[in-house]
Structures are given as structure tokens and as C-alpha cells.
Design a protein around this ligand. Sequence first.
Ligand code: SF4
Length: 292
Amino acid sequence: MKEEKLRPCCRVKEYIKNKLRALSDKLQRNIEEDLCKEGKVIFGPFHSPGLGMALGINNVKSKACTYNCIYCKSGATSCCSVCCNTCLNPWNLYSCVQKKIDEFAAKGTKIEAIAFIPDGESTLDSNLGAKIRLLRRLGIKVAVFSNSSLLWNYNVKQNLLFADYVSLKIDTVDTQTWMKINRPHIRLDHVKILDAIREFARDFPGELVTETMLISGYNDTVEEMTELGKFITELKPAHAYFSVAAKFLKNGTLLNSDPLQFLNLTDYITRSIPGSEITACENTNYLIAARA
Ligand code: SF4
């Protein structure tokens, strides 16, 4: 069939369109490279218990979170949201990660895991499932750290099921304490979240771990830990990590609490919750001192 000839004005339009497309592609590539270079999207490597040497991925806008935890190291939540948003598209992320892995391999560092661990809530990224599936092609463990708050959402759960390793934050099973510590988005329902965590633990074929932040005056009582311990035991995680909020250590709140009481609490946790481990925060030897 004879090709239809474009009129001169249409040819100009087509030319401008192609130029603009090429320009915007170039601009996007530059932005992506800059984000990767500056460590805004890909950072590390860092050593993580359970994962080894890992590259971190910041896959949501900084401090876009469903929670506004009192101990959050990233500061106050700028966008307390239950809506999805994303940074890099899956293919661009894949190529940036691949480049980083090669760079570190050339320097003699073997990357053992890729961890979605943003300054916000990882599951707010609507492309998370596609990103996990692509990154798994690199033959490296893919981990996701989540605050668990959106697990009741079908798509979020399906996305997480693709991962090899999922870490779920569970600071408390008491709704009043949850409101005080995690300061959730108004649309979130604690009971629904706890049910979704149970269901996820049943269905997830990979390695599940839990993370709990111990905060003096909030969730550091034996009663709190007994209830939380029952819940975590039901989930059968590979590990249940308990740590101490650095912010509270810095401003002295925890140090003002009775060290012996705290030592008894950590001993209680390790004795009564299977797979539990107490991890001290960086910059503190408080736990080590308490155990000596
Ligand atoms: S869930 Fe994580 S990112 Fe969100 S407010 Fe809490 S500590 Fe910060």
C-alpha cells in the first residue's frame, strides 16, 4: 500500500513531538541517574542481620507514610497518606541496581540482598510487585520492610508475596498504645491490620520476621509484652527483633527508667517469645551495659 504523505504542517508537528519525546526521555534518565548516584533511591551497602550485605532501596517519597511514629528517625511525617506513590519505574530501578551490584563486585563486595527500606512506608509504592519480580531476576534475595498497616489491602498483600523476605513492624497489639506510638492515619483500623498480619503470615512462603521498638513508658511492660508475645508466637516468624528507640535513648527517657526492670523485660522477651532477639541501637551500649 502506498504510504500516505504528511502535509508540511503535520511533518513539523511530528518533528517537534519526536524532539520533545527524546528530550523528556533524556531528562528522565538524567534525573534517575542522579537519584541513584546521590543515594536517594539506592543506598548502602549495609550489613543487616538475617540478610547479610544489602543494598537499600528508597522507593517512596521521603516521609510518605501511613504512620507518624514518635520514634521515627526521619522526623515528622510530611505526607501521612494511605495513597500510593512511587519514585523510579521498575525497569529503571532494575538497571540502576544492576549497575550498583556490578560496581561493588568490581571493588570486591558481594551484595547478598536488595532491601526495600525507605524513609517512609514501602508498600505505598503501587509498582512494588513489579519491582520485586524484576529484581529477583538478579538472583539475589529481595527483602521488604513494612510497617504492616496496609496488609489488609489485596494488592499490597499480593505485592509482598513476591518477596523472599518480609519484615513486619508490630510495636503493640493494644489499640490505645498503637495510637500513641505509631500515630496512624485516621482511616486505619488496628484490628483489621492485626488480622491481615495473621493471614499474611499463614500465606507467605518466604522468610518472615517481625520488628518491635521498645519504648519506655509506652510498651515496655510485662503485660504489653505478654500479649504481643502471644501474637508473634502465633505468626511463627523466623526471627522477632526487638530494639530500643535511639531518639528516646538520646533524650534520656529510657536511661531514666530502671535499668534492672529493663533487663528483666528483655530477659522475659527472649525467654517467652520463640526466635526473639534484642538488638541495641547504634551509638549506644545501654543494653550491653545492662547485661554486664
Ligand atoms: S512506620 Fe517507619 S517511616 Fe513510618 S513513621 Fe514509623 S518509623 Fe517512620
